[in-house]
Design a protein around this ligand. Structure first.
Ligand code: TXA
Ligand code: MG
Length: 365
């Protein structure tokens, strides 16, 4: 496909039913539709149609070994795509009752109806029921489970507006449903229940997200395990890697991102020094700051493009703004982005995870 992708605004109630119907027809006939969820925009295809799902990989430039989340409208449909046998049943019931619809994805043994392209050939399937009203309406109208990764080009920053989707995928997909900015702003938590027996009843968080480890522990009475990072990931010492270009980056802006982590004063000092050095070299740095940085770094903020992602006391606001801010800074003509780290409390865990994966260098100061 090469013609421009239409973007249907859903802010006028009278037009919503028509837009959802048009999108549902496209999904049923093997097309690709981007739609808002409460986390980020998804790029959807009929999860039961292997050829349609294959088109998602092509449109995104996504490697075939990366499996895709299947979205369902409600918990009853979970059982059409995944097997929930003993001893998983009580845990899955508790999690879905507490968190669905919402930002929690469960990895479970897959049913045969799910084509292997969805699960990258693996025996498990990731499933979630999104809460966003447009996602809910689309799932119900399509009457199909919908496979949907985030609607960005592979490894780029996830989209939190329809315009972000258009910027990445125009001409490569059939339709975009515009529901405005997504409320949560980072992706769902991916929780693996497929190793449940081996882990003595504890699920494993594969990706931190909208539902925090503390919320899962409060629901289950057992702390989830945290995924162990692969040695190949970029927290490994830089000198052990063939070169910065080889570092695996995800959620990444096009511009090189440096992340500064440490006590506030040390981070302020390091950001100021880095900015001065870059300016001297003729580069154009831009800053990702918290509300609390604006006064101590007022001199820098007056001279350089910057985004305030919100108060460190409000991790939900920071999560909401993170990807939006990274895309805005990327569009600012900067040659390098300098970002401050955020506290790990609550959804801050997910923000830290995304900042680390988006950055080329993490400076501990
Ligand atoms: O919030 C979200 O989860 C968004 C919205 C659109 O629902 N979706 C999303 O999808 O972030 P994606 O494809 O960008 O990220 C899905 C993550 C990937 O890291 C993938 O490897 C993992 O989930 N995943 C999918 N299926 C899996 C499986 N069967 N086992 C383990 N990990 C899986
Ligand atoms: Mg993604």
């Amino acid at each position: 496909m090469s013609s421009a992708t239409p973007l249907l605004p859903l802010n006028e109630p009278a037009r919503v039913d028509d837009a959802i119907e048009r999108a549902a027809v496209l999904i049923r006939s093997g097309g690709l539709v981007a739609f808002p969820t409460e986390t980020v925009y998804g790029l959807g295809a009929n999860a039961l149609d292997g050829a349609a799902v294959q088109r998602i990989f092509t449109a995104k430039g996504r490697p075939a070994h990366d499996p895709i989340i299947v979205h369902v409208a409600e918990v009853e449909q979970l059982h059409n795509v995944a097997r929930v046998d003993e001893p998983l049943r009580a845990t899955v019931d508790a999690l879905t009752m507490r968190f669905w619809p919402g930002a929690l994805t469960l990895v479970l043994p897959k049913r045969d109806a799910i084509p292997s392209v969805v699960t990258a050939g693996g025996p498990t399937v990731a499933v979630r029921a999104p809460r966003h009203p447009i996602a809910q309406a689309l799932l119900r109208a399509a009457e199909r489970p919908i496979a949907a990764p985030s609607a960005n080009r592979f490894s780029h920053t996830s989209p939190t507006t329809a315009q972000h989707v258009l910027a990445d995928l125009n001409g490569r997909i059939d339709l975009i449903l515009d529901g405005g900015r997504t409320p949560i702003g980072v992706e769902s938590t991916v929780l693996d229940l497929s190793q449940f027996d081996l882990n003595q009843g504890a699920p494993t968080i594969l990706r931190p997200g909208g539902v925090t480890a503390a919320m899962i522990e409060a629901c289950l009475g057992v702390a989830p395990r945290q995924r162990v990072e692969h040695a190949s990931e970029h927290e490994a010492p830089a000198e052990a890697l063939p070169g910065p270009g080889m570092i695996e980056r995800h959620y990444a802006p096009r511009t090189t991102l440096h992340l500064y982590t440490g006590a506030d004063e040390a981070v302020h000092r390091a950001l100021r020094e880095a900015a001065e050095v870059l300016i001297e070299r003729g580069e154009r740095p831009a800053l990702l700051l918290a509300r609390e940085d604006l006064t101590p770094l007022a001199d820098l903020a007056a001279r350089l493009p910057h985004v305030d992602i919100g108060s460190l006391l409000q991790p939900e606001a920071i999560a909401h703004n993170l990807f939006y801010a990274l895309r805005a800074l990327d569009a600012s003509n900067a040659t390098r982005l300098l970002a401050r780290d955020v506290p790990a409390a609550g959804i801050g865990d997910a923000v830290r995870d995304r900042l680390r994966r988006a950055s080329s260098v993490v400076h501990e100061v």
